[in-house]
Design a protein around this ligand. Structure first.
Ligand SMILES: [Zn+2]
Length: 168
């Protein structure tokens, strides 16, 4: 009697995620940008804007404490810098990648800027406006609705925020 074929080795690698995996490297840039918020005591949130060809055209971190400006969230600053870099307020074809789910203000700014896509890491269940508490960017009453990809390096993004709040 022939021996049974050995069972295949169980794989320890999680299956790839074709939606989220392509954004991991850019999210790491956003995480590094978020780290730069810490010296001023700002909540570590970082954002990166990619042009239509995928090159980085702007980066920003939360600067509310650093500048005393209530609107100085990472996303708003990154959108302003991207527009300044391209000379055009319409960021058609661009992608904004941010470590934390955008708030109402930032979700509004994303719609206004006409970005093609929003990619974020951690959910903000207390104030998120990109799927958690509100879903402003995908409101069917608006005629521009960017694509949303959430949960890219979500655990790392959440851990960075948790570490910040624990250290206070
Ligand atoms: Zn915001």
């Amino acid at each position: 009697m022939a021996a049974a074929a050995p069972a295949p080795e169980p794989t320890t690698e999680p299956p790839g995620d074709p939606v989220r995996d392509p954004w991991r490297d850019v999210m790491r840039l956003a995480l590094a940008e978020a780290d730069a918020a810490a010296p001023a005591g700002d909540v570590p949130v970082g954002a990166v804007v990619l042009g239509p060809d995928g090159t980085v055209i702007a980066r920003a971190h939360n600067e509310r404490e650093a500048t005393g400006d209530p609107t100085a969230h990472a996303e708003v600053l990154a959108l302003r810098r991207a527009a300044a870099a391209t000379g055009e307020w319409r960021l058609t074809g661009c992608t904004l990648v941010v470590t934390l789910e955008p708030c109402v203000m930032c979700a509004g700014a994303l719609v206004q800027s006409r970005v093609e896509r929003v990619v974020f890491g951690a959910l903000d269940e207390k104030a998120g406006a990109t799927g958690s508490l509100w879903d402003l960017v995908r409101d069917r009453r608006l005629n521009h609705r960017p694509e949303v990809i959430q949960g890219v390096l979500g655990e790392e993004c959440a851990a960075q925020l948790t570490a910040f709040f624990r250290s206070r």
